[in-house]
Write a protein that binds this ligand. Structure first.
Ligand code: NAD
Length: 477
């Protein structure tokens, strides 16, 4: 039988110990893998690779069927890019899938019936890392949500639910505040949900949704979210299920996949042979399903649950009265190997379906009419509005008129309130008088006039109407 090539990184901190234990179990279960080891993480950062990886590693990852990665340590101090974000975005691994299951009564939890899968968008949102310091005291991060990115992740969530016989997909967003970015995510969710009439769907505003997830996680099944909410809430979900040390995750793309534990490198526990290898092992189980070794995945997962049932626990989940043996990383691995072939007797044994070819997305761009009708000019000004208002409101006549000035999104002119606290970044909106189309040259005239009157422009944003509707937020609401 031919061996399946996979890339393996042992990582930092507890990484090498949990990877060793995981690989022993995979080998003992008969997973026929050809391992290609790569060096990533702290050592590589310190050697001068700003992403924590030698660029030649890309080819190896590309030429194997999956990447099994132990956690790494990002050195303290500036200038280091997140290796995880780099790998996910560079390889287009758009779906982060994190099953968060409780193993009650063997692992202590307040939520015995919890079985939630969080599907987190992996390529967009504030994680695009497009950030600016605009003034001495103001910074700005750009949140990107695209129809293309939203369609991919939301369709993935519904397909996942269909394939795993799940009944409901829930969407979390904050579209009551971010009407454009999160509004688009919610809108796409509603559109795609209609194509899956056999699967229930619902939407929660993320704050109350998060509270409900922490309180009664058993009412959720699959939850799909933009990147940042998914990052935070998948850790919360894993922790309330029992321990962050138990959860694995898959990062899936159309042309690659990476599997890892959700926790970090826990440097304080490194070298003590005490860390729980379960998160990485369950990530490896997801990997085996992905590469078509679902029977071996099943055998390992069931043996792992049988081990939990026997009360053989690492320190992080050990509890007097529930646990029987407090074991080291290697002892835990050996116990799982001993249990290969056994099934849990109280926990639900797993059965994995054969994987289909990766989901191929065909994206059809929308084509609304698009009209340029103005510009928002952001100014750096320390002082009062009255100090610069005469200059900006007396620009030579053009098609564009100053219609509004806001500070942190709150209108301060022509209508404002004296209590509003102000910062040194001001947004001045110029709109075409009769909502008619303007040219780029008209916008340049405004910027030129700012320059002539010594106004300190730090950013500008063009304003469009799409199918006659404003494509920008208003401070007047
Ligand atoms: P962490 O998840 O590494 O550890 C937090 C605490 O959780 C540990 O001190 C330990 O008590 C416990 N813990 C975590 N995993 C465990 C396990 N398998 N078994 C037993 N106990 C476990 O978080 P941190 O301390 O905030 O981060 C440490 C480093 O990890 C940082 O450099 C961070 O950047 C990095 N990190 C890496 C990844 C990754 O590579 N995927 C993810 C998160 C954090």
């Amino acid at each position: 039988m031919h061996k399946i090539p996979i890339t393996v990184a042992f990582g930092d901190g507890i990484g090498p110990e949990i990877m060793q234990a995981t690989l022993h179990i995979l080998e003992a279960a008969g997973a026929n893998l050809e391992l290609h080891r790569v060096e990533i993480g702290e050592k590589m950062y310190l050697k001068g690779f700003p992403t924590g990886m030698d660029p030649t590693t890309w080819d190896l990852i590309r030429n194997t069927q999956a990447f099994l990665k132990a956690p790494i340590t990002t050195p303290q101090g500036g200038g280091f890019k997140s290796l995880n974000v780099t790998i996910r975005t560079t390889l287009g691994l758009y779906a982060n899938v994190r099953p968060c299951v409780s193993y009650f009564p063997f692992v202590s939890t307040k939520h015995p019936a919890m079985d939630v899968v969080i599907v987190r968008e992996n390529e967009e949102d504030l994680y695009a890392g497009i950030e600016y310091q605009q003034t001495p005291d103001v910074c700005n991060s750009i949140k990107i949500i695209s129809r293309q990115g939203s369609e991919k992740i939301i369709r993935y969530a519904f397909e996942y639910a269909k394939k795993h016989n799940r009944k409901k997909v829930t969407c979390f967003s904050k579209d009551n505040i971010m009407k454009f970015s999160d509004g688009l995510f919610h809108k796409v969710f509603d559109e795609i949900a209609k194509q899956y009439p056999d699967i229930l769907n619902e939407h929660w505003i993320v704050d109350i949704g998060a509270a409900k997830l922490a309180d009664t996680p058993e009412v959720f099944d699959v939850i799909v979210m933009p990147n940042l909410y998914g990052d935070i809430l998948s850790d919360v979900a894993a922790q309330i299920a029992g321990s962050v040390g138990l959860a694995g995750s898959a990062n899936i793309g159309e042309r690659g996949a990476m599997f890892e534990a959700i926790h970090g490198s826990a440097p304080r526990r490194a070298g003590q042979n005490c860390a729980n290898p379960s998160g990485l092992l369950l990530a490896a189980v997801q990997m085996l399903v992905h590469i078509g070794l679902e029977r071996i995945a099943e055998t390992i997962h069931n043996a792992w649950m049988a081990t939990l049932e026997q009360g053989i626990h690492t320190y992080d989940i050990f509890k007097e009265g529930i646990s029987k043996h407090k074991v080291s990383t290697t002892e835990f691995g050996a116990a799982v190997i001993k249990n290969l072939g056994k099934k849990p007797t109280q926990l639900q044994a797993v059965i994995y379906q054969q994987t289909k070819a990766p989901l191929r997305h065909s994206y059809v761009p929308t084509n609304p009419s698009r009209l340029l009708i103005g510009i928002d000019v952001f100014l750096y000004h320390r002082g009062t509005l009255e100090q610069f208002l005469p200059r900006i409101s007396s620009f030579p006549s053009s098609k564009l008129r100053l219609k509004m000035i806001s500070n942190r999104g709150v209108s301060v002119w022509p209508h404002g309130q004296p209590e509003t606290s102000l910062i040194e970044q001001w947004r001045c909106r110029f709109l075409s008088d009769r909502k008619e189309s303007v040219s780029h040259n008209d916008l340049i005239q405004i910027l030129h006039a700012c320059d002539q009157t010594k106004l300190d422009v730090i950013k500008s944003e063009y304003l469009y109407h799409f199918d006659g509707k404003p494509g920008y937020s208003s401070s007047e609401e």
